[in-house]
Design a protein around this ligand. Sequence first.
Ligand code: CA2
Length: 146
Amino acid sequence: MSRVIDVLNGPNLNLLGQRQPEIYGHETLADIRAMLENRATISGIEIGFFQSNHEGAIIDRIHAARGKADGIIINPAAHTHTSVAILDALKTFEGPVVEVHLSNVHQRETFRHHSYVSQRADGVIAGLGTLGYRAALDFLIQRLEA
Ligand code: CA2
């Protein structure tokens, strides 16, 4: 049975590549998805890919990943800094979780310095742009193959 990594993206990330390229770069979410799918295919892994502007939809997707996905990569976007509900949902997921941020949140406003999600994440990547998603996938593949 093929392994599945679910990649979840929070609010406004659908606009990636269209606004604020000085912070978030020029690549779109579709570019990230294609890059991850290419990498995953080599290892016979399936990528689930999801973006929502709604907190509840992200929580529903995390619940759906339980018993189905083997790992989660999540960029919760602004929910990172506010959402105990996403943290609680991730605590119900049994596999490894990597939290990714395109920007270096620690160089930005102080309200971005705290993440609720980090308490559950096995790893946290910030400031590497889209490469952060790729690094997260490499980590999860290595964990799955171990
Ligand atoms: O750096 C990241 O990946 C963030 O998770 C992005 C969030 C921000 O609230 C976090 O503090 C850090 C914001 C995502 C907004 O995405 C946009 C993309 C294009 C244009 C405008 C916003």
